[in-house]
Design a protein around this ligand. Structure first.
Ligand SMILES: [Zn+2]
Length: 415
C-alpha cells in the first residue's frame, strides 16, 4: 500500500488555514467547538469523506463518521473505526488531532488505491471537543459515543458565555441525528503526535502505545495563621505557604522516586491559591491542586500515600492543619493485545522502526477502550512541543506513521 504524502499534507495544510493564528514561532490555529473555524474544518472534512466515496453521518454531539464499505466486505460485520479530533486548544498546533483524522482517511484511500478489500467496513471518525477548549470537558464526544456520558448531559454543557454545546452545534449545522456507538465497533485505532521526545530520542518513526496514563487529582489544603508580616517574630509564625513549599518538594521527591521504577510516573502541583495573598500578611491558607499520573495504578496510589505522609509530618513539625482530597481517580488504560500485535507486524511491513511506550496524555482512545479493542499510535513530535504553534512533525514522518496506521487497519479489518 502507498500512502500519498502530498495528499495527506494538502489535507492537513488546508485544515490548518481555518482558525489560523499569527505566530512567529511556527504555525498555529484556534479551532474551538461550534466556532466559525470549526464549521469550516468540519465542512471540509465532510467534503473529503465524500470525495473518497464514504457515506457520512453526524450524531447529536457532532461526532462525524465516514463509512467505507469496500466491495466484497460483509456490510453487517462490525466495522474497524479509526480517527481522532479536529478541535484545538487556543493557539494550538496543526497536527494535534488533524493528523489522526486525515491519516485515517488517507489509510482508506491507500487501501482503495491498492485494491485492498478488507472483510469489514472501515469508519473514519472525528470526535467533538477532545480538548475541552470551549466547554471545559476534554474527550467529550468520545465519552458520549462510548456510552459513558448521556448525549443530553453533554449538550447541556455551557461555555463561559452561557452558550450550550447544543446551541453551538446547531449554529454551525452539526447537531446530527445519526448514531455513533463505539461499542458496536470491532476495534478502534488512533494516530496522534507523541507530544514528547521518546520517538525522536530513539530515532523511531512510530510509537506503539501499550497503555494510556491513569490520572489522579487531589486537592491539598494547608491552614496556618494570618499574622502581621512586620510585627510577628519568625519563631511565632504558622506560615501556610512555607509549609506548602516543603510539601511541594516532598511531592517532587515522590514523583522522582517512583519514576525510577515506573517510567511514566509524574507528580505535579500545577495550580494553587494563597490566602489572604497580601504582601504584608503571613499566609494563612494554601490550596494546591495535584496532578499525579502513571501507567500503573498502584504507583499512583503510592505517590498519594507519600503525599499524606508528608502532610502528617509537616503538620506535626509546623503546627499547621492539613487535608488531602483525592477527588479524581481514572485508572490507566491498557491498549488491546490484538492491536499491539497488529501494529507490531504493521510497522515491520511498512518498514518503519517502532518503539513501545506509554501515553502520559489523555486521548479519546481511553474512552473507546472501555467498550471495544482499542489502540493508539504516535508519530514523532519535533522537540516534543505541543499545544503551541511550535508543534511540528515532518511530512515524511507523518506519512511513515500513516503507513503503519493503514497496515494496522487493514489487518484488523481483515479478520
Ligand atoms: Zn489531541
Amino acid at each position: 500500500m502507498h500512502v500519498d504524502v502530498d495528499r495527506l499534507r494538502e489535507d492537513i495544510e488546508a485544515n490548518a488555514r481555518f482558525g489560523a493564528v499569527d505566530a512567529s514561532e511556527g504555525v498555529g490555529r484556534t479551532v474551538l467547538t461550534g466556532s466559525e473555524a470549526d464549521r469550516q474544518v468540519r465542512e471540509r472534512f465532510v467534503e473529503r469523506l465524500d470525495a473518497a466515496g464514504l457515506s457520512v453521518r453526524v450524531d447529536p454531539v457532532g461526532n462525524i463518521v465516514g463509512r467505507w464499505e469496500p466491495d466484497g466486505c460483509d456490510p453487517d460485520a462490525a466495522p474497524v473505526a479509526v480517527g481522532s479530533h479536529l478541535d484545538s486548544v487556543p493557539r494550538g498546533g496543526i497536527f494535534d488531532g488533524p493528523l489522526g483524522v486525515y491519516a485515517a482517511l488517507e489509510s482508506v484511500r491507500a487501501m482503495q488505491s491498492a485494491d485492498v478489500s478488507p472483510d469489514r467496513p472501515v469508519e473514519v471518525v472525528s470526535f467533538t471537543e477532545e480538548e475541552g477548549g470551549r466547554f471545559g470537558t476534554g474527550t467529550l464526544g468520545s465519552s458520549v459515543a462510548s456510552g459513558q456520558r448521556p448525549a443530553a448531559e453533554a449538550l447541556s454543557l455551557t461555555d463561559d458565555d452561557g452558550v450550550s454545546l447544543e446551541a453551538a452545534l446547531r449554529q454551525i449545522g452539526f447537531g446530527g441525528d445519526d448514531t455513533v456507538e463505539a461499542g458496536r465497533w470491532d476495534s478502534w485505532v488512533e494516530l496522534h503526535i507523541e507530544q514528547g521526545t521518546t520517538l525522536t530520542d530513539a530515532g523511531a518513526g512510530v510509537g506503539i502505545v501499550d497503555s494510556i496514563t491513569g490520572i489522579t487529582n487531589c486537592k491539598v489544603r494547608i491552614t496556618g495563621e494570618a499574622d502581621h508580616a512586620g510585627s510577628t517574630p519568625m519563631d511565632e509564625r504558622t506560615d501556610a505557604l512555607a509549609a506548602a513549599s516543603e510539601f511541594v518538594l516532598d511531592l517532587e521527591r515522590a514523583g522522582r522516586e517512583c519514576a525510577e521504577t515506573s517510567d511514566a510516573a509524574v507528580a505535579t502541583a500545577g495550580k494553587g491559591t494563597i490566602a489572604p495573598n497580601a504582601r504584608n500578611i503571613v499566609p494563612e491558607r494554601v490550596e494546591l491542586d495535584l496532578d499525579i499520573r502513571d501507567s500503573d495504578h498502584d504507583t499512583m496510589t503510592r505517590m498519594v500515600e507519600r503525599c499524606r505522609e508528608s502532610l502528617t509530618r509537616i503538620a506535626a513539625d509546623r503546627g499547621v492543619e492539613t487535608s488531602l482530597d483525592r477527588y479524581r481517580d481514572s485508572e490507566p488504560t491498557p491498549c488491546s493485545d490484538r492491536f499491539l500485535s497488529a501494529a507490531g507486524t504493521a510497522a515491520t511491513t511498512a518498514g518503519v522502526e517502532s518503539v513501545r511506550l506509554s501515553s502520559g496524555a489523555m486521548h479519546d482512545t481511553a474512552n473507546v477502550a472501555a467498550v471495544t479493542d482499542a489502540g493508539l499510535l504516535f508519530a514523532p513530535s519535533e522537540g516534543g512541543y505541543s499545544h503551541s504553534p511550535r508543534e511540528w512533525t515532518d511530512w515524511d514522518d507523518c506519512a511513515a506513521a500513516t503507513a503503519v496506521l493503514a497496515e494496522t487497519v487493514r489487518a484488523l479489518a481483515s479478520a
